[in-house]
Design a protein around this ligand. Structure first.
Ligand code: UP5
Ligand code: MG
Length: 194
């Protein structure tokens, strides 16, 4: 993917920070293509004949990061499918480990901006427990949520710190209502030329 023709924005933040919710808003107003790494992994897990199905299931239940080869390939395939589109991608929930970040930047496409939703753990927990009543997601239970947080702090925050040094991170407090947060998103995206 040529960086002249393709815009990649990573959307990061802890489990339940509101990445998916805000991506939906951005898709509606900016015409981005939304690719959630978690959604792609869950779809691959359920795909008949996938050789990775049971591995993905185990990693997600444990809140661990699936080996990057699998996720990068799924994202690349999804981007190819959209090639006829406008070439503007919101990559949601990825990269969340340093090796993934480096591989994607070097082998697929360098990112323009990282939207980082900053939210305290207690707020995220409440949202996820609530969502777990109806989501059907295998990792929306107290035990998996704890593991997801641990991975986020230990493995995924270093990715945010890395991009912060490159001055690519737009950090947004994600505690207020979705509408209020989105107003801030639009303002800060505007400052970055979107
Ligand atoms: N909600 C949202 N915003 C709100 C607000 N401002 N106020 C009140 N409520 C709000 O929101 C979560 C819930 O909160 C919803 O009910 C929403 O209505 C409400 P959502 O927008 O879904 O938050 P999001 O940040 O997208 O939360 P999600 O649970 O999707 O985050 P995760 O990062 O945990 O999940 P993801 O699907 O990205 O990854 C799942 C697993 O896949 C990982 O744990 C990992 O095992 C695996 N994975 C990899 O291995 N590699 C990858 O690269 C990516 C994922
Ligand atoms: Mg999500």
């Amino acid at each position: 993917f040529s960086p002249d023709k393709t815009s990649v924005i990573y959307v990061l933040g802890g489990p339940g920070a509101g990445k998916g919710t805000q991506c939906t808003n951005l898709v509606r107003d900016y015409g981005f293509t939304h690719l959630s790494a978690g959604d792609l992994l869950r779809a691959e897990q359920d795909r008949a004949g996938s050789e990775f199905g049971s591995m993905i299931k185990d990693y997600i239940a444990e809140g661990k990061i699936v080996p990057m080869e699998v996720t990068v390939q799924l994202l690349e395939n999804a981007m190819m499918d959209q090639e006829k589109g406008r070439g503007r991608f919101l990559i949601d929930g990825f990269p969340r480990k340093m090796d993934q970040a480096i591989r994607f930047e070097e082998a697929v496409c360098p990112s323009k901006v990282i939207l980082f939703f900053d939210c305290p753990e207690d707020v995220m927990t409440e949202r996820l427990i609530n969502r777990g009543k109806t989501s059907g997601r295998a990792d929306d239970n107290a035990e998996s949520i704890k593991k997801r947080f641990k991975t986020f702090v230990e493995t995924s925050m270093p990715v945010v710190d890395y991009f912060e040094k490159e001055d690519k991170v737009v950090k947004i407090k994600a505690v207020k209502s979705p509408g209020e947060i989105y107003e801030e998103v639009k303002k800060r995206m505007g400052e970055r030329g979107f």
